[in-house]
Design a protein around this ligand. Sequence first.
Ligand SMILES: Nc1ncnc2c1ncn2[C@@H]1O[C@H](COP(=O)(O)OP(=O)(O)OP(=O)(O)O)[C@@H](O)[C@H]1O
Ligand SMILES: [Mg+2]
Length: 288
Amino acid sequence: MKDQAESLRRRLEARQNQTMARTIAILSGKGGVGKSNFSLNFSIALSKREKRVLLFDMDIGMGNIDILIGEHSPFSIIDFFENGRSLEEIITIGPGNISIITGGTGLMKLFSFDEVKYTRFNEAFCSLLANYDYILFDMGAGITHDSMKFLLCVDELFLITTPEPTSITDAYSAMKYIHSIKKEIPCFLVCNRVFSSKEGKETISRLQNAFMKFLDLDSVALGYVPDDRTVSRAVSKQVPFLLFDSKAEVSQAIMYIATRYANHSFGEDLALPKSNFLQNMKRYFLGK
Ligand SMILES: Nc1ncnc2c1ncn2[C@@H]1O[C@H](COP(=O)(O)OP(=O)(O)OP(=O)(O)O)[C@@H](O)[C@H]1O
Ligand SMILES: [Mg+2]
């Protein structure tokens, strides 16, 4: 009897200690600021740090990630919803050993959940949450009514901007919109395409100050990434820049950001609340 109780207690403890993946949406206000390149290379950088990473391409239409890695995924999320494939079956193993799911046009299906679809997705996604450390969603540019629901579900947001004023104001507007619906999503800021560290720091601090002053929102400076010709060279070769040239300035910057992020060393005492992705899905997609 005692042995049985002991074993049950151990199993319960193991279940409680089982780490669930953190879900992260990579978004921007303005398009073309570098979300897909950041998502792909940041995922590979985390994988190099021994983390299990799944990258979900949420761009409706042409798969951005497929193009960046020069491979066409045989399946997309549509094969899960319409052709009875499991989520595991539609995963492609990409460069740097990251897992990739292509959304493509199937995303419209993802955004129109009914109870039956939700239940199937819930069960399948549960096992992904248990099998990965991070699940990243590379979002399309801007925020639509549907992508907004999705943004409300994830554990945290990575907001990407460049130092250009239009990119900064669009980033601010995107966050203002999200914040008007949900106040407590942690927000990490990345400034891409900087010409100096000063420019990166100033851009991020401008956004942080505006968030604090007008939205009373605390955000975290995740880091800045230099403008580097390596990116366009790697994109032309359809190889992630981190693997194309690991010594390039841009690659070193991504490795640095990923290491800081994975080690939770942001220089601030940041408590990261963990939300429940699947419960959020039920709430925002089914209204329950
Ligand atoms: N750090 C960088 N240095 C130089 N060029 C960059 C950098 N980051 C991105 N780029 C350039 O910007 C282009 C767009 O990048 P990317 O496709 O990642 O943007 P995106 O935000 O995902 O775009 P979309 O909003 O259309 O999804 C790249 O092809 C590359 O040429
Ligand atoms: Mg993109």
